[in-house]
Design a protein around this ligand. Structure first.
Ligand SMILES: [Zn+2]
Length: 69
């Protein structure tokens, strides 16, 4: 039970696919899962998915702790 809770705590929500995963990278305050990281890297700029990832990556700016408005 304690072990399960520990594992659950390790999970972070991926800001691209919004699934909760354990393995991935953290960029600033955002977490990107291993699958998405691989997808972003392998996606060509001419690919239709690229704009989707680019749009998602825009969230990084939005999530910055300080706002300069
Ligand atoms: Zn993901």
């Amino acid at each position: 039970m304690a072990r399960l809770a520990y594992q659950e705590k390790q999970r972070k929500q991926c800001f691209i696919c919004e699934k909760r995963r354990i393995i991935g990278i953290t960029i600033g305050s955002q977490f990107m899962c291993e699958t998405c990281e691989r997808d972003v890297v392998s996606t060509d700029t001419s690919d239709s998915n690229y704009s989707f990832y680019l749009h998602r990556l825009e969230r990084l700016k939005v999530s910055l702790p300080r706002h300069f408005h």
